[in-house]
Design a protein around this ligand. Structure first.
Ligand code: HEC
Length: 118
């Protein structure tokens, strides 16, 4: 801005003024751009974090198992499309179909329960 002022008072060519002003503006935009991206990322992280934090280790592991093992025969099912009662019937059946061991079954159940509550 000081430079713009200096140019406006010492340079009479309006073309030069416009050109320089545009140039300074461009520098400003470039200088601010990384900051903006950073802020956006922070917002995204802030939105995602609380959910993950409230997840138990079992649920976090279950989410991975769910994504990996529950999408081989059909597309990945939307958990909220079924009630907790329905899941109680579906899970033992599907855990068997997916050949999940006891730990993985428990983890998937934990993830499904977490998802139903959030
Ligand atoms: C061996 C194949 C197979 C695997 C692995 C499998 N499923 Fe299924 N699943 C099926 C079939 C077959 C159906 C019935 C057809 C359909 O709805 O696509 C089904 C249906 C479902 C349904 C709908 C049930 C309903 O009553 O509408 C849900 C929810 C589901 N599966 C969840 C899971 C979950 C969670 C896992 C992982 C633990 C899983 N499935 C793994 C074969 C599989």
């Amino acid at each position: 801005m000081i430079l713009t002022f200096y140019v406006s008072s010492h340079c009479n060519s309006s073309f030069m003024k416009k050109y320089l002003f545009g140039f300074i503006l461009a520098i400003g935009v470039v200088a601010c751009a990384p900051k903006l991206t950073e802020t956006n990322q922070e917002i995204v992280e802030a939105k995602e974090k609380p959910a993950e934090v409230s997840m138990s280790t079992d649920a976090i592991e279950g989410k991975k198992v769910y994504a990996k093992k529950c999408s081989s025969c059909h597309e990945i099912k939307v958990i909220d499309n079924y009630t907790a009662k329905q899941w109680a019937g579906i899970l033992p059946d599907m855990s068997e179909k997916a050949n999940l061991n006891e730990t993985s079954s428990r983890q998937v159940a934990s993830y499904v329960n977490w998802e139903l509550k959030h």
